[in-house]
Design a protein around this ligand. Structure first.
Ligand code: NAD
Length: 267
């Protein structure tokens, strides 16, 4: 493992590696969105700790817990709704637009890759998306403003109009099965690249954190960009311990990328 802590060196080397590569795969965690005003999960003082996502088994078992889950969800939305994409999101969007990268694999649920202009089909969301809701049984989609209106009208845990099962934020909660199709797509993107760049993840949440190792086993150079040590640093070929926006802006090949404002509620 080689370590870079100097910002100038990090920008220069990363830009060179990416330029020389045929195909880059990006893998992002909560750290890419902190400069947008959305705190990560594990840094000290995180408001996620006061509004912890409810375990899926508790959500299914108890109407009271479903009501509590919606209370926490809307509390987080009230704080972070409307956060714009950051420099890292824009840089990744430009690399995908240029064809250097095909996919961004993300653990994030904030929709900011799409808001930065990455087409939905190029974003592989391992933990779902907190900008809308779905019925947990039939999968019917609900917009958050409609769910919120039902909660405000006195139904604290709304059920699906079509099948009667609970409606839930479209995220993958603790205790919930990983989405099989997304995991398979992520593994393919990991195998099909010569640089795999992990950005802003503590790399301790499995099975998502196994994806960088799949890339490396398949022959990719594994680069980890994070301001603190991660669970996989010892496996990485290169660790860049710097601020994400400061480094990734070196990869931004476009001045402006279209932003779509509807994808900006989270949690
Ligand atoms: P994490 O909180 O465990 O780790 C984030 C890492 O990013 C930390 O190690 C932190 O030091 C680093 N970091 C933060 N800001 C940085 C910056 N500006 N520059 C460099 N490094 C920075 O996040 P995770 O590994 O993604 O796991 C958290 C889980 O919680 C994920 O599954 C995710 O779904 C969820 N979550 C999502 C969001 C979001 O969508 N924005 C926010 C919080 C939590």
């Amino acid at each position: 493992m080689r370590l870079i802590t100097n910002i100038g060196q990090a920008r220069e080397e990363l830009a060179r590696y990416v330029r020389q590569a045929d195909r880059v795969s990006f893998f992002t965690g909560a750290g890419i969105s902190t400069e947008c005003g959305i705190p990560d999960f594990r840094s000290p003082g995180s408001p996620w700790m006061d509004n912890k996502p409810v375990d899926f088994r508790d959500f299914v078992a108890s109407r009271d817990m479903r009501a509590e889950a919606w209370r926490r969800k809307f509390a987080m939305d009230d704080i972070y709704q409307g956060s714009p994409p950051g420099r890292g999101h824009r840089a990744i969007a430009s690399q995908i637009a240029s064809g250097k990268a095909e996919y961004v694999i993300t653990q994030n649920i904030d929709g900011l890759h799409q808001a930065a202009g990455v087409p939905q089909e190029r974003v592989i969301e391992l933990h779902g998306n907190g900008t809308y809701a779905r019925c947990i049984h039939c999968g019917l989609r609900y917009e958050l403003h409609a769910v919120r209106a039902r909660v405000a009208a006195g139904d604290p845990a709304p059920d699906c109009d079509a099948c009667g099962a609970p409606i839930k934020s479209a995220t993958i909660s603790f205790g919930q099965a990983m989405p099989q199709e997304e995991m398979e797509r992520a593994q393919s993107a990991a195998i099909d690249c010569d640089i795999f760049l992990s950005i802003g993840s503590s790399l301790v949440v499995f099975p998502a954190a196994s994806i960088p190792l799949i890339a490396q086993d398949a022959g990719a150079m594994l680069i980890i960009l994070n301001r603190e040590p991660t669970g996989l640093d010892e496996h990485a070929d290169l660790v860049i311990r710097c601020d994400i926006g400061d480094v990734l802006s070196a990869l931004d090949t476009q001045d402006s990328v279209t932003s779509s404002p509807e994808t900006q509620n989270i949690g």
